[in-house]
Design a protein around this ligand. Structure first.
Ligand code: IMP
Length: 431
């Protein structure tokens, strides 16, 4: 199985960083294809915690090629900071193990500024974005007014395109939003300087990945955010601005989807969401607070407290179906150990009717009531367990029962943040 897609099956923050870091051991390439510095993939190695925003989670393994594909919204200053931070901590980062697509779109100051200003204008209807300029950057990509990484490497192109973009954006910022305009001269000089620093990393990454596949090399596609934040299939408009799963790989890498061999989803044993928008199985009060505390449920990019709730079998089934998943990895099972009873959403009541498939409209999602099936808890620490059979009976039952509900095998279970805190259940994608 030389090509594997790993995607988030909830609203992001499923623990993808740790799982991808683990699966990367057997891969040759780790490829990001969407999202940008809104992502925060956390990998814990001993005493050191790495939070990666743009650089693929394979970077902590020497000799893997890490690819930032054309579908990623790249904030060059974040990328350079991340490179410097890794190098300072002794991680080797250079053009031999990190390449950046010349076609990736660039996030500029005006994108970050407009992200914040638009949120203010949305008022009650705000999305709760990460404020990293993601939406405005992807909007410009689609409007064909954006600049790509390759444009930073050519002074004339950079000057003319950025001058044109800023003329429009400054009018928008100052006249519509009443904000402070951006000095084009300063911005252009900074973009050109950053372009020079990035130049050694810039390549035709699509060609590299396609060639690697032809050579039989093992490729791991690293999804950011989650299926329920997908621009088309998520809880629109409370979503991010990219296709967050398998569908994003074709366009976001330049790789034929027909050549993706295996697809694996990641989901927590419960559920979280940051930002606004429907979250049918959200828990309230002390129960939610306890999960947040034990699971350290605070955003790794923004530090915001995450909304916490219960595993939603309908949402996961939908995410797995969308992504043609061959298996699911369950993370943070240990966080549920303090509970006597564990509710799981298994149906929704909408307008007096019981439904078991995920509804498409945001309005439907707000008005529905989840129906829960309550499973028994196990009430004991499981962070030291390494074999499924050694889990308490109730924990084994919880996992097996979920497998039936979602109609998909659970291939691995994570029971703590450390690299070795996993229970393998036959996930050997590159074997
Ligand atoms: P944006 O991607 O910054 O535009 O934010 C849009 C929505 O996606 C907001 O609700 C964010 O909180 C959410 N979001 C974006 N990236 C992540 C992530 O990596 N994890 C969890 N939520 C995210």
């Amino acid at each position: 199985m030389p090509t594997l897609s790993v995607f988030g099956a909830q609203w992001g923050d499923e623990g993808k960083g740790k799982i991808i870091d683990r699966l990367a051991v057997d891969a040759d390439l780790v490829v990001r294809y969407q999202g940008g510095p809104n992502a925060g993939h956390t990998v814990v190695v001993g005493d050191v915690t790495y939070v990666l925003h743009l650089i693929p989670s394979g970077i902590l393994h020497p000799e893997k090629l890490n690819v930032v594909g054309n579908g990623v919204a790249v904030d060059p200053s974040v990328m350079l900071e991340e490179i410097d931070g890794l190098v300072e901590r002794g991680v080797a980062v250079g053009p031999e193990n990190l390449v950046l697509s010349s076609r990736a779109h660039v996030i500029f100051t005006h994108h970050r500024q407009l992200d914040g200003l638009s949120e203010l204008w949305r008022g009650e209807g705000r999305i709760g974005t990460t404020g990293r300029g993601i939406g405005p950057c992807y909007s410009d990509k689609t409007a064909r007014t954006g600049l790509r990484v390759g444009d930073l490497l050519d002074a004339d192109t950079c000057r003319s395109r950025l001058t044109a973009a800023l003329a429009e954006k400054n009018a928008l910022i100052t006249r519509v939003h009443g904000g402070e305009g951006i000095d084009p001269v300063v911005e252009i000089e900074s973009a050109l300087a950053i372009g020079e620093r990035l130049r050694p990393y810039v390549s035709d990454t699509g060609a590299i990945v396609r060639q690697a596949a032809q050579d039989g090399r093992k490729i791991l596609f690293e999804g950011a955010q989650g299926a329920m934040l997908d621009i088309d299939h998520g809880t629109y408009p409370y979503v991010t601005s990219s296709n967050t799963g398998v569908a994003g790989i074709g366009s976001g890498v330049g790789f034929p989807p027909s050549r993706i061999d295996l697809s694996i989803g990641i989901a927590k044993a419960y559920c979280t969401r940051v930002g606004e928008g429907p979250f049918p199985s959200e828990a309230e009060g002390e129960v939610a607070e306890r999960i947040r505390e034990i699971g350290h449920e605070f955003g790794s990019t923004t530090g915001r407290p995450r909304r916490c709730g219960w595993f939603d079998a309908l949402a996961i089934r939908y995410a797995l179906e969308l992504n043609g998943a061959d298996g699911l990895v369950i993370t943070n099972l240990d966080v549920l150990s303090h509970l006597d009873e564990i509710p799981v959403a298994t149906a929704y009541i909408m307008g007096g009717e019981r439904v078991t498939t995920y509804p498409a409209g945001a309005a439907d999602l707000v008005s529905l009531q989840p129906e829960y099936t309550v499973r028994p808890g196990w009430g004991t620490d499981i962070t030291g367990v390494r074999h499924f059979d050694d889990l308490p009976e109730a924990a084994q039952d919880y996992v097996r029962w979920i497998e039936e509900e979602i109609r998909c095998p659970i291939k691995m279970i994570s029971i703590g943040p450390e690299r070795d805190q996993v229970i393998e259940r036959g996930l050997k994608p590159f074997a």
